[in-house]
Design a protein around this ligand. Structure first.
Ligand SMILES: Cc1cc2nc3c(=O)[nH]c(=O)nc-3n(C[C@H](O)[C@H](O)[C@H](O)COP(=O)(O)OP(=O)(O)OC[C@H]3O[C@@H](n4cnc5c(N)ncnc54)[C@H](O)[C@@H]3O)c2cc1C
Length: 417
């Protein structure tokens, strides 16, 4: 079924009886060409691009819960291409270009809204660093505008500019940055993959990976054994556990990231605003809720919920920057399990086991990466060679030390990126 304005009108006039489910609910087959473990954003986009770009459709996505129940449906939906280091910048630049055509490509409204992202700075030194970042973004073909204090005031008049500890000196505006509706991205890719013949198998947990003579043969699941020529592990916060089924020990730590949303209020925040010094960022959803978050909870965990000290810290930082938000009532908070890598950059690579692939290390920035990550992972699975935009995302950089991409310059400390 194709979606269109005309279709919505027709269904509205005929009692909405013509809509069909977005995807099938198939029984798993005994055998596939490719199995993707994990029905999050990256697993679904990998399946979609395997079918769309490479014509590989005998594919199953195995999801232990329901499609979109992981981080892809728990994030704060920011989409941007403002990375600094070679390796990262071309990849996220490619991703943003895919975002810009995504709704048309998927025939699905993912509510991509390029409302502009402003990263604030609070010292001369930070201004220099942001100027360099902006130049790197422009060199990559993306957009960046360095704003002085008055320039920021024009866009964000509600900030406290004279906070003693963090007076606002200016900001780096990334006009093409913005947000997208997270669930819709998962649903759009799921529908697109299903339409092209991919089997989406929900409530199917992978419990073992079958390997014979150094080559993957399939997986054990809660719904039986499924054989496959190729298997990709695309499970974000559970990467360490799933890779252990193949005898691998990954340099990944899982940490909790929380987010918060207030009751719906009238439009007040038209951009995404990031206050790095206070570890706080915010945007306003289309329903009117203020959506905001901060830093990791700092201790390793697999629990999909956070703790009170970080909640208090985030609220304080928000009040410091924009005291007006103190009047809004917080409706909900939640947490997701982040797959933190030692240098803060991801992995899209083959493993030493024949036919077994790995996609992980998205830290807290993997939502914006969903299109380019699926594109590159599908390319790797189909052709056996890394895609140009993701050629630096090699697993062995953590063993050899060559090619590390420490975007934040924090050193090898998983929870500080
Ligand atoms: C609060 C929060 C805010 C964030 N904000 C942003 C943001 O603004 N911008 C941004 O770019 N990124 C953001 N992120 C990060 C982003 O959401 C993640 O990096 C990204 O979603 C991870 O990839 P995924 O979508 O594939 O993960 P997931 O959706 O978690 O998918 C992994 C899937 O694997 C499944 N799985 C695990 N183990 C198994 C198994 N054994 N068998 C079968 N299935 C299994 C899980 O059930 C899950 O559905 C945020 C994350 C959080 C939690």
């Amino acid at each position: 079924m194709r979606f269109s304005g005309l279709r919505v009108l027709k269904e509205g006039l005929t009692g909405n009886t013509g809509w069909t489910p977005h995807w099938r609910d198939p029984e798993p087959k005994s055998d596939y060409d490719v199995i993707i473990i994990g029905g999050g954003g990256h697993g679904l986009s990998t399946a979609y691009y395997l079918a769309r770009n490479h014509g590989i459709t005998n594919v199953a996505v195995l999801e232990k819960g329901y499609v979109g129940g992981g981080n892809v449906g728990r994030n704060t939906t920011i989409v941007r291409a403002n990375y600094f280091l070679p390796g990262n910048s071309e990849f996220y630049s490619h991703s943003l270009k895919l975002w810009e055509g995504l709704e048309h490509d998927l025939n699905y409204n993912v509510m991509h809204s390029q409302r502009g992202l402003i990263n604030l700075f609070h010292s001369d030194g930070q201004r220099d660093a942001f100027a360099r970042r902006g130049n790197a973004m422009i060199n990559q073909g993306d957009d960046a505008v360095l704003l002085d204090r008055e320039g920021v005031r024009k866009h964000l008049p509600y900030l406290d500019f004279d906070n003693t500890r963090f007076p606002v000196y200016g900001g780096l505006l990334h006009p093409r940055g913005g947000t997208a509706r997270h669930d819709a991205v998962a649903w759009g890719y799921a529908r697109g993959a299903d339409t092209r013949g991919v089997d989406l198998i929900q409530n199917c947990e992978v419990t073992g990976i079958d390997i014979e003579n150094g080559t993957v043969k399939g997986v054990q699941t809660t719904r039986g054994t499924i054989r496959a020529k190729k298997v990709a592990m695309v499970v974000a916060g559970r990467s360490g556990q799933v890779a252990a089924m193949a005898g691998m020990r990954l340099p990944i730590e899982s940490h909790i990231l929380q987010a918060f949303v207030t009751e719906g209020i009238k439009p007040v925040i038209n951009h995404v605003v990031s206050f790095g010094m206070g570890h706080f960022y915010i945007s306003q959803s289309d329903k009117g809720g203020l959506v905001f978050g901060g830093d990791l909870d700092f201790y390793a965990s697999y629990a999909q919920r956070g703790n009170l000290p970080m909640m208090e810290h985030v609220m304080e930082a928000g009040m410091t920057l924009m005291p007006m938000i103190g009047k809004a009532k917080v409706l909900r908070s939640w947490g997701g399990v982040m797959d933190m890598s030692p240098d803060g950059s991801p992995v899209i690579d083959k493993t030493d086991i024949g036919g077994l692939f790995l996609n992980c290390g998205w830290n807290y920035g993997g939502f914006k990466a969903v299109p380019a990550s699926g594109w590159a992972t599908a390319h790797l699975i189909a052709t056996g060679t890394p895609h140009d935009t993701a050629a630096g995302f090699r697993l062995d950089r953590f063993r050899t030390g060559r090619g590390l991409m420490d975007e934040e310059g924090t050193g090898s400390q998983h929870n500080l990126h």
